[in-house]
Design a protein around this ligand. Sequence first.
Ligand SMILES: Cc1ncc(COP(=O)(O)O)c(C=O)c1O
Length: 461
Amino acid sequence: MKRAADPLNRIRSRIDRVDREIVRLLDARAREVRRLGAVKRGSGRPLYSEEREAEVIRRLELHRDGRFPYEAMRNIFHEIFAASLAVQRSVPGAPRESVRGHWRSGAAEYVTSLPEYEPGQRRGWHGKREPLSLAANESSYGMSPPVLRAVQRELRRLHRYPDRWAGEATRAVARRVGCSPKEVVLGNGSDEIIDLLSRTFLRPGREALVPAPSFAYYELAARACGARPVAFPLPNCNYSVREILKRVNDRTGLVAIANPNSPTGTYLGERELSELLRGLPQRLVVLLDEAYWGYPTARDFPNGMDWRGRHEPLVVMRTLSKLFGLAGLRCAYAVCPAGLADTLNRLRQPFNVNRLAQAALVAAMRDRRWVARVEGANRREMAYVTTGLRRLGLPYVNSQANFVLVLPPPSGAGLVRGLEREGIWVRDTASFGLPGGFRVTIGVRGENRAFLDALRRLLRA
Ligand SMILES: Cc1ncc(COP(=O)(O)O)c(C=O)c1O
């Protein structure tokens, strides 16, 4: 058989011609870049401009009608920029300055363009006497005494690395939840587990389905992997299975559900969860984030742990940051199929959960009395706060968590600033796409009273 007659060879020789053309064009670009280097040398202008690189890459995004994926084109152009800088540097007499922002040409653009995480805190306040903070859904009840004692005991062992396998803590979770220790993953807070799942299931070209408005870290973790977060709306602040399912496609790598959701406090009931899991393709990982586990009171609120096995893989995640009052310790756990847990456990840092957090987890998993106490107190205080809001004529969304979303009419838009002047921090929901609203954590009675009193004064003024 003659070589030229082989269709494969014909295509290959056309590709070879295109490659030669690409090299010729790159060479033409390098000649222009050399000229540019000479002009810059004459005028003393910096060789590299991150603004210029960003502009070229943005233009690419706007006009991407080629067949290569956008991420590939972006990476190719980052390389071209790095090579062009080397060409400019080789121009005799070129300044050898280290150029501001030059490192960007070697970094992934999806990382350098990450938006900042906005916590329910104010920068610069840490460690000082703070105003009353009802902005971060922390527990005003603090830590349970047995957990505190366990942490104090462990302080004496901090010269030793933590248990790499977190054996005791893992078994404590498994016992409490009723699963095998092989199905447990521990994290330095839920944030880390979200990261691990994103790194496992997402990459450039993939999509993560995330609720909007919701906890911002799902989106950030997806972006950090080069994946595209696709927001599904919550009509009137409520989950809609239809809105989720219609966004699933073969690029979808992960679906995140915060149950209950923050900042809305609304939830996916048993019927909707069943409908969702039936509608999703098996293989698509579902993260059921039960950060506020222990607070929900609705009869049809699903216990994610009972739903394992109904979808593969389902990851049920809980944190010690909320009900257990350990936000500052950073400790969370997830339960998922053993094979996935094994993968996540190899991906995580070897000592991701520190000694104090492991000790706290063991004690917390045994402490049913504390859970019952905080649950009951939150229920009473939620009723107190929502009754107060109703009396003040402020609309709010019914919540299953330890916070409530308040959506004042336009006349109440300045309430967040007003409360701040009164020394009370609540979470402005503008960054969640709900301008004028705020999320307030349910605290202890004195805090809740101070919040309602301040609101009353502001609304009268
Ligand atoms: C829905 C949701 N998931 C997770 C978290 C963070 O939990 P952790 O402190 O364990 O990282 C929050 C924090 O507010 C949250 O609202």
